[in-house]
Structures are given as C-alpha cells and as structure tokens.
Design a protein around this ligand. Structure first.
Ligand SMILES: NC(=O)c1ccc[n+]([C@@H]2O[C@H](COP(=O)([O-])OP(=O)(O)OC[C@H]3O[C@@H](n4cnc5c(N)ncnc54)[C@H](O)[C@@H]3O)[C@@H](O)[C@H]2O)c1
Length: 344
C-alpha cells in the first residue's frame, strides 16, 4: 500500500503532538521535519523518523509529500501555505489561522483558489462530547437558548514567542481562540463584541506586551447574549476551559478539555425551592476520546478519500479570527465592534 507522506513545517510542541498520532496510523509515513532549529527538527526525526530540513521551501520542493502539517508560531503562515497550495498539497494548520484578519483572508483565498484540503487545529470540535452538546442545542430540547458563558483560564505557555503580540497575537487571538471557536460552534456567528483587556500583572516585565486577562461581551446573531473571560495567570493544575449554555428548559456545562458535558434539566421543585437539594446534573458524555487524535484521523481520511466534508476549513477558521480580532479592536477603541462577516 502506498503510504501518505507527511512533512512538518515547525517541529515544536504542536508538531510532536500530531506526530505521535500519525505514528499510530499504519498508512502514514512521516517523511520530514523542518525547523529553523536543526536540533529541534533532529530530535523529532530521531523519535518519529524522516529527514530534516531548516528551510520549508527546500523540504516542500525536494520531498514527494502528500500533505504538510504547519505548526509554526502564528505569524509564520502565509508563505508555507501558499507554497503548499500551489503544489496542490493538503494542509493541516495549527490554530490560529493568523494574527490579523487581513492575513487570514489572504490564506482563505490562497487555499480556496488551489482547492486543497485544509484542516485547522480546533481539536475541541472533534470531541464526541462537544458534538453531542451541539446536537442537543440544535435539536431544540433545551428550549429557547438565551445565554453563553465561556472561560479560558490558563497559565503562561512556554513558547518564547508567546508573550510578544507581534509574534503570537496575544491570548485572545492565539490561545483563548479555542473558547471563542467553541462559542461559535455551539451558538452560531457573533454580530458584535465589546471587550476590555487588562495588562496589569506583566506591565513591568520586559518583552511582555500581551493581555494578562480579558472580558468580552458577545451579541450572537441569533439574539443569544454571551460573555467570555480569559486569563494567562491561572495557576491551577491545568487549564480551566468551560462553556455554559442556558436555555428555557435546561442548562448545560461543556468541558472541552475534560471531554465532559453535564446537563441540568428544568425541574418542578416544591416550594420553598431553596430548602430542597435538587438532583445533580446528568452526565451526558464523559469519555477520553482525544480531539487531537480525531482531527488527525479526519484529516488523513480526507486525503485518502478525497472528501473535504468533515474538515474545519480555512473559511471557518477565518470566521473565528474575525471574532477574536474584533475583540482586540474593541479593547483598543473602547467601543462595541461589529464582527466582519465579509471574509471572501
Ligand atoms: N491546538 C492546540 O491545542 C495547540 C497546542 C499547542 C500549540 N498549538 C499551536 O501550534 C503552533 C505552534 O505552537 P508550539 O507550541 O508548537 O510552538 P513551539 O515554539 O514549540 O514550536 C514552533 C516551532 O516552529 C519553529 N519555527 C519558527 N519559525 C520557523 C520557520 N520559518 N520555519 C520552520 N520552523 C520554524 C520554531 O523553531 C519552533 O521549534 C501555534 O500556532 C500554537 O497556537 C496548538
């Protein structure tokens, strides 16, 4: 059987995570790792096989690849994407699509023009628990949905580029993008946002110019009202990421990183209600199926089966980028900002 040959552009944390999954797929061969740091590329090649390169153009030209994984910091995107697209290579790109909407739109145009398969790394969308939550919201059993509340509370990522806005884009655009994307996935598109960003904790730290925390009010096109808070100063044992949805017949907690969905159904409680201990929530899903594994599986299948239908494509990624960049703009202008829906 002819193997599907993969080349990595960027060989850091995210690349390692995907390489681990790809190694489990018998029909996949990792052909090459590229990184500006030879040492980093070599360390992954030692673990997973493949040649090493320091320049992605060389790797893309020399290797007979069937697809590329682009796992570079968020400002290093457009050139490898255009190069791969021009050669008709399917692309897996780690989130976020870009750090500016202008570049995001450029990527959408390049990928759509070439017609290549494209998958963005929003792994939560590939967790059965999250899909189940979305189906329940869509089937109407929660009644009239009024409210979404999301949290992305984490500590500082180790990557050296992360704390520089010019290199990473800031927490909302780079990291909390996961919860903004979840909000869109569950509730639909957002019409406008009003955000306040705070820079106080690291204000005297050299080379640190991204927000420490932020709060964003979201007005969804459906009429649902929402709020997202995020911080990179949460010293829990792991990131705390949750979405809460309130409907007239039930409320729900979606924990995309813990792969869990809880539902609280409306009850007819005896009066006075505060004297009653209501039954706990119903656990709808609590499984350990890994979204990263699933998104890789779907991407590889899309190449072999020539079927784009299950991919989270560049246009979808750009709609989330339009939302997070609107939040950033709102924090700067101190005003409500309309989310750009004119992507193409
Ligand atoms: N979906 C997720 O949960 C998840 C998790 C981790 C990272 N990510 C995303 O993956 C991307 C990379 O993050 P990371 O944590 O792996 O960062 P990292 O710093 O660990 O890895 C990035 C690598 O890219 C290399 N690089 C930089 N410029 C390059 C170039 N021009 N050519 C080739 N290589 C180059 C760097 O040397 C570095 O080794 C980011 O966009 C991040 O948001 C997503």
């Amino acid at each position: 059987m002819e193997k599907t040959k993969i080349g990595f552009v960027g060989s850091g944390v995210a690349a390692q995570l995907h390489a681990r999954n790809l190694k489990l797929f018998p029909e996949v061969e990792i052909s090459a790792f590229c990184d500006i740091s030879e040492k980093i590329a070599q360390s992954l090649a030692k673990e997973f096989g493949g040649k090493t390169y320091q320049k992605y153009d060389e790797m893309i030209k020399k290797e007979k690849l069937d697809a590329v994984y682009i796992c570079t910091p968020p400002t290093i995107r457009i050139e490898p994407i255009e190069m791969a697209s021009e050669r008709g290579l399917p692309i897996f790109l780690e989130k976020p699509l870009a750090t500016t909407l202008e570049e995001g739109k450029k990527i959408v145009r390049a990928v759509e023009k070439a017609g290549v398969n494209f998958q963005i790394g929003y792994q939560s969308r590939f967790q059965p628990a999250v899909k189940r939550a979305r189906d329940i919201i869509a089937n109407g059993s929660m009644g009239l949905i009024t409210t979404f509340y999301g949290e992305y509370w984490a500590d500082l990522p180790a990557a050296p580029w992360w704390s520089h806005r010019a290199e990473g884009g800031g927490q909302v655009i780079e990291q909390a993008t996961h919860i903004f994307d979840l909000a869109r996935f569950l509730m639909g598109d957002v019409d406008s946002v009003f955000s306040k960003f705070d820079y106080s904790i690291h204000k005297n730290v050299k080379d640190f110019d991204v927000e420490d925390s932020a709060i964003t009010i979201l007005s969804f096109k459906s009429g649902v009202k929402g709020c997202i808070t995020n911080t990179c100063n949460y010293w829990g044992t792991r990131a705390f990421v949750e979405g809460r949805v309130v409907g007239s017949e039930a409320s729900m907690i979606v924990k995309p990183f813990d792969v869990e969905v809880l539902i609280f159904k409306k009850l007819k409680l005896p009066q006075p209600w505060w004297a009653v201990r209501p039954p706990g929530p119903e656990h709808l899903e609590n499984n350990l199926i890994d979204g990263y594994y699933n998104e890789d599986r779907v991407f590889i299948d899309s190449i072999v089966q020539k079927d784009k239908s299950r991919l989270v494509d560049a246009l979808e990624a750009c709609k989330t980028l339009a939302l997070t960049t609107a939040a950033y703009k709102s924090s700067k202008t101190k005003s409500e900002v309309k989310v750009d829906s004119n992507i193409l």
